[in-house]
Design a protein around this ligand. Structure first.
Ligand code: SF4
Length: 242
């Protein structure tokens, strides 16, 4: 309950400017400007780029990452995989041991049970191989649309647009979309961006949200998306004039 309430608050806090749906060409310019303004990669970007990365590690890391800072996710995942690197080994793990390894990720007790449960199902249903279809991923416990899409993108390099609160907030602030839910944002972004851009939307927007277009106070003064951003043009500029 606590999780869904705070998630709802973040979803509401998109800071919309006057709504304006941009053209595809503007949307591509936005992506290029964001690409140029960020550095480093997200936790999932790092985990998936590791030479020992597997779809299983990406799936479990994505579950750990919910409501958890990137550095904490990466360190917890590293401790967990040093002892339980695959689904087979994790099925034999004890919940308390896993909880100790992944602490302090948020809800670590719940997530410890969840990742063991997921490992067991991966073994039983898929003989240890994480499925690469959205429907099969969504059928795993605790795997919602964002997590499933993250696995498609970061583990299988299959075009998809994982939408979390960062992607939702930034897309609405800029005016790429005018939506109320994460699902609507995913659908709207999939229309405005051709499939060839889908693999990078989550990575770029999430990192941009961590560095510049922050949830409560966006760092507009240092943002090079300003000329194309509805929020800046309609809210920040207006405040400055008055
Ligand atoms: S100008 Fe401000 S609100 Fe717009 S994208 Fe940049 S940081 Fe976010």
């Amino acid at each position: 309950m606590q999780r869904s309430r705070s998630k709802l608050e973040e979803v509401k806090n998109v800071g919309r400017g006057k709504s304006r749906i941009r053209e595809k060409s503007d949307a591509i310019k936005v992506l290029n400007l964001i690409r140029r303004s960020i550095s480093e990669t997200t936790a999932l970007g790092n985990i998936s780029a590791d030479q020992d990365s597997t779809p299983f590690k990406v799936l479990i890391s994505t579950i750990l990452s919910a409501r958890t800072r990137d550095l904490v996710t990466e360190e917890a995942a590293s401790r967990l995989f040093s002892q339980f690197p695959d689904s087979k080994s994790l099925t034999k793990a004890n919940g308390k041991t896993v909880a100790k390894l992944i602490k302090p990720v948020s809800f670590y007790h719940v997530k410890a049970k969840r990742v063991i449960q997921v490992a067991k199902l991966i073994e039983q249903r898929y003989q240890g191989s994480v499925p690469n279809s959205l429907d099969e991923l969504l059928d795993l416990p605790g795997v919602g649309r964002k997590t499933a899409n993250c696995v498609l993108v970061y583990a299988f390099r299959t075009p998809a647009i994982p939408v979390d609160v960062h992607v939702h907030r930034i897309s609405n602030r800029i005016g790429l979309v005018d939506t109320k839910t994460l699902e609507q944002t995913e659908e709207a972004l999939a229309k405005i961006y051709d499939r060839k851009y889908w693999l990078e939307v989550n990575e770029l927007f999430v990192r941009f949200g961590q560095m510049i277009c922050k949830p409560l106070v966006p760092r507009c003064s240092m943002c090079n998306v300003r000329p194309l951003c509805n929020y800046y043009q309609t809210m920040v500029k207006t405040e400055k004039r008055s």
